[in-house]
Write a protein that binds this ligand. Sequence first.
Ligand code: MRU
Length: 351
Amino acid sequence: MTSAAAVDMRPIEWADGRVRLLDQTLLPHREVWIELDGCGKVVDAIRQMRIRGAPAIGVAGAYAVALAAAELVEDPQFIAALEKAAAEVRNARPTGANLAQAVDRMLEEARRASSPAAALEALIAEAQAIQDEDESANRAIGRHGAALLPQGCVALTHCNTGALATGGFGTALGVIVTAWRDGRVARVLATETRPFLQGARLTAWELARAGVEASLIADSAAGHVMRTGQVHAVLTGADRIAANGDVANKIGTYSLAVLARENGIPFYVAAPTTTLDPSIASGREIVIEHRPPEEVTDFNGERVAAPGIDALNPAFDVTPHEYVTAIVTERGVVREPYTDGLRRITEDERG
Ligand code: MRU
């Protein structure tokens, strides 16, 4: 695992009736894999951000439902009990679309089975299929996205969208690593991504493992590097994309999109179709998760903010679609008008 390039590892797996995951709260200094043997333990791991990133949360949620089925297999009210457990999983983190979608898919699979034992077997296979499909979608996104970038460019990215944030390979970071291997990306600027530091801790770790030339920047340096011509494209992931193309992503994404527009730099969003939410017309309907104020006031468990001050800590923001140059999915690249393009892609998906 330690020698594999970043994009070639998976942050989570099913192993002998347990969920095994790389604890992302301990990275980059400690690579600790934890084994979870109950649905509730996976839900806690999602809440504590031991596994994070919308697609990876979806995969973890699917495995959590499989673990719930194992716990409930003798329950005479199996489906009702599983639905109750699944509701807990679904609510572990609210903003990303992939979690609810994966949980719903798992429940449909359980309802189709002839017995609880058959359901358990089918659910384990279904969760593994959700992870495999996510990784292949991301590899396709990597190819479509890389083709958009000019040779030798500098790409700026935000948060962590690498293999760690997904079932495998990564979304925006998968595009960047693919483009680095093609010579299209010459260098990456990664924002540290306050307050949880997914950029400084996780993206930097993945870029170093992949051998990509990269520098970390303070979030507040983004405007300066864009205005002084040091960035040719901005690429981010997404946690939920509304029918009109509005994009919810890690807090700070909206500011980057506005700065990119102001400086004539393309702003690309890379996400699998499992992140699309055609049920909501616009980003106004997206629930923004608020996380504990200590993530802002404290550093490494120690308070740095002055006593007596509280903190607001929205974990995501919404970028209106007019700031998005293109959305890169495994089914191709979508541009304005997003309502039509995204509808076409979702209809394709339903076959
Ligand atoms: O709070 P997190 O770390 O789960 O947020 C992750 C992000 O916002 C990512 O940029 C997004 O999920 C896309 S990941 C492929």
